[in-house]
Design a protein around this ligand. Structure first.
Ligand SMILES: *Cc1c(COP(=O)(O)O)cnc(C)c1O
Length: 399
C-alpha cells in the first residue's frame, strides 16, 4: 500500500535535492582527490573547493576568503563563540550577550563558558518572540567581547531585527555573530549591509546533506582555531575537506538564493492558509509574530492536547511534524523557546510545529487541514485536562 507521506519538518532537516545529489556524485567517484595534493586529481579538487567557497560567499554578500567550511551549524556556532571568548579574555573582556531562546548550539556553548568564568547576559524576548535592539544596546559593557543573536528562530520562526542589532554593535565596536541556520535561503542576507561580523550556516536545512556548514568571518577578525591539525581552511580548521558535501552545500545555497522572492511568496501563502485553518479550532494560538516570520513556519499551541500524542496520531495519517516539548531528549521539559514567550508549561506541551517547504503542495495543505481537527477532537475527547478546561471555563467541548 502506498502510504501518504507529507513531510512538514523541514526546520529539523531537509531532503537532499536531486540537483544537489547530482552535483555531489562525481566527488565520490572520479573526483576523489585530496585538495592538498599536488597532482592533477588533487588540484582539480582544490579548484572545486575554491569554486564552492566563492559561491557560498556570493550568496550572503561576503568575500571568498571570509568563508570557512565546518561540519555544520553547531560547529560554526561553537567556533565563533568560543573563539571570540578566547580573544576577549586576552584583554580582560569576558562578557557575552545572547538571548534566552537561541538554539542549544549557542545556549549550551554559553553555559559552558559561564563555568569557565565568563559572564553571560541572556536577553529576554517579547511575547511575539522578538529581541528588542534597545536591550542589546543597554546590555553592552566595556568588557563585552561578543553579541550573538540568532537570525531566525528554529521553533517559532521569528525573524529578528538583525540590521538594527548590527548597527548598534558596529557603533559600540563589539563583534556581532548570528546563527543564521534557519534564515539562509529563506531570507535575503547581505552580511555587509547588515553589519554582521560572523554568521553560521548549515547545509542540511537547505536541501544539502547533513554534516556540512560554514562560518563567515569578516576580514580583519582574527579567530583562533577550534580544531588544530593540518593546514586546511587557511590553517584555521584542520581536517581533510568534506568536498562532496561542500560542493552540495554550494549547489543548495545557489538554488535557495536564486528564487528566494518567488519562494517566499509561494510558501508563505500556503503557510498562512495552514495558520488560518488551524486557528479555526477553538482554544488555539499562534506562537511567534505573524509578519516577521519564516515563510515555512507554523507553530500553534492547542489547549487540552499533549504534543507527543498529537505527533504520533499525525504520523499515522502520514503527516510528519514536530512539537514544543523536547521528546527527542527523553525529557518532559517543554521547549525553552515557548516558555521564553510566556506560555505556561501546560500550553507549551500542546504545541505543534509544521515547517513546510516549496515542495509542499496545496493538496497537502488541504489534507493537513482536514486531518488536524479530527485528530485534535479525538485527543480532546480522551483528555481529562481538556475536560477540566471546559468545565472551569465554560467551553462547550466541541471544536
Ligand atoms: C539546525 C540548527 C543548528 C545546528 O546545525 P547542525 O548543522 O545540525 O549542527 C543550529 N542553529 C539553528 C538555528 C538550527 O536550526
Amino acid at each position: 500500500m502506498d502510504k501518504k507521506l507529507i513531510y512538514c519538518d523541514n526546520a529539523a532537516t531537509t531532503k537532499v535535492s536531486k540537483k544537489v545529489l547530482d552535483a555531489m556524485l562525481p566527488y565520490f567517484t572520479e573526483e576523489y582527490g585530496n585538495a592538498s595534493s599536488i597532482y592533477m586529481l588533487g588540484q582539480s579538487a582544490a579548484k572545486a573547493l575554491l569554486k564552492a567557497r566563492e559561491t557560498v560567499a556570493k550568496a550572503i554578500g561576503a568575500k571568498t576568503h571570509e568563508i570557512f567550511f565546518t561540519s555544520g551549524g553547531s560547529e560554526a556556532d561553537n567556533w565563533a563563540i568560543k573563539g571570540m571568548a578566547l580573544n576577549g579574555s586576552k584583554s580582560g573582556k569576558k562578557h557575552i550577550i545572547t538571548s534566552v531562546f537561541e538554539h542549544h548550539a549557542v545556549l549550551h556553548t554559553c553555559e559552558f563558558l559561564e563555568k569557565q568564568g565568563y559572564e553571560i547576559t541572556y536577553l529576554p524576548v517579547d511575547e511575539k518572540g522578538l529581541v528588542n535592539p534597545d536591550d542589546v544596546k543597554n546590555a553592552i559593557r566595556d568588557d563585552t567581547c561578543l553579541v550573538t543573536i540568532m537570525f531566525a528562530n528554529n521553533e517559532i520562526g521569528t525573524i529578528q531585527p538583525i540590521k538594527e542589532i548590527g548597527e548598534i554593535c558596529k557603533e559600540k565596536k563589539v563583534p556581532f555573530h548570528t546563527d543564521a541556520v534557519q534564515a539562509v535561503g529563506n531570507v535575503e542576507i547581505d552580511v555587509k549591509a547588515l553589519n554582521i561580523d560572523m554568521l553560521s550556516l548549515s547545509g542540511h536545512k537547505i536541501h544539502a546533506p547533513k554534516g556540512v556548514g560554514a562560518l563567515y568571518v569578516r576580514g580583519g577578525i582574527s579567530l583562533p582555531n577550534l580544531i588544530h591539525g593540518g593546514a586546511q581552511e587557511k590553517n584555521k580548521r584542520a581536517g581533510t575537506e568534506n568536498l562532496a558535501s561542500i560542493v552540495g552545500l554550494a549547489q543548495a545555497i545557489t538554488d535557495a538564493v536564486q528564487n528566494i522572492k518567488e519562494k517566499q511568496e509561494k510558501v508563505s501563502k500556503r503557510r498562512d492558509r495552514l495558520i488560518d485553518g488551524i486557528l479555526k479550532i477553538q482554544e488555539t494560538r499562534l506562537n511567534g509574530d505573524r509578519e516577521k516570520r519564516l515563510c515555512g513556519n507554523v507553530n500553534i499551541s492547542i489547549r487540552g492536547v499533549e504534543g507527543e500524542s498529537l505527533l504520533l496520531m499525525l504520523d499515522m495519517y502520514g503527516i510528519l511534524a514536530s512539537s514544543g516539548s523536547a521528546c527527542t531528549s527523553g525529557s518532559l521539559d517543554p521547549s525553552h523557546v515557548l516558555l521564553s514567550i510566556g506560555l505556561p508549561h501546560e500550553t507549551a506541551h500542546g504545541s505543534l510545529r509544521l515547517s513546510i517547504s516549496e515542495e509542499t503542495t496545496d493538496e497537502d495543505i488541504d489534507y493537513i487541514l482536514e486531518t488536524i481537527p479530527k485528530v485534535v477532537d479525538r485527543l480532546r475527547s480522551m483528555s481529562p485536562l481538556w475536560e477540566r478546561i471546559c468545565k472551569n471555563e465554560g467551553i462547550t467541548g466541541t471544536i
